[in-house]
Design a protein around this ligand. Sequence first.
Ligand code: SF4
Length: 164
Amino acid sequence: MAKILVSSCLLGCAVRYNGSDVEVNSQDFNWLVDTQEIVPLCPEVSAGLPIPRAPAEICGGSGTEVLAGTARVIGSDREDLTDQFILGADLALRLCRDQDIKFAVLTENSPSCGSNFIYDGSFSGVKKKGIGIVAARLRESGVLVFSQHRVGRLRDLVEISRSI
Ligand code: SF4
């Protein structure tokens, strides 16, 4: 059994900006929650952001650039939320280090949790290839990050490592 950090909105917690969760229906996700040790976290709420809150997008790059200081996280109300989002990423990394967590399953498209796609910063519903701030922070520290759509790859890894 592996210890796995999971975005809490994937686990039925209504922590998204609009007070909703994210429904996931897949056999691989069922395998995840039924057989692995789950550590839930919403980095944005952990960083003190309220529910509900204004939607936020990364402007000028992706999570990697936010951590490098060359892009910002902006709310739809134009508030600069960069510091709070970086704090959420740092809290996620601290949790992984404290609990020796090497895998994470994070919510696709989120400016924090996205690992393949994020919104493009125009608040027009357009996505682009890119990584969120939490996913970037964890990956740069060696945590393997998967979206909820790619849990099958994580399952393969966990089952292979169990068999050797
Ligand atoms: S920060 Fe991550 S866990 Fe929290 S609501 Fe957004 S996608 Fe879900």
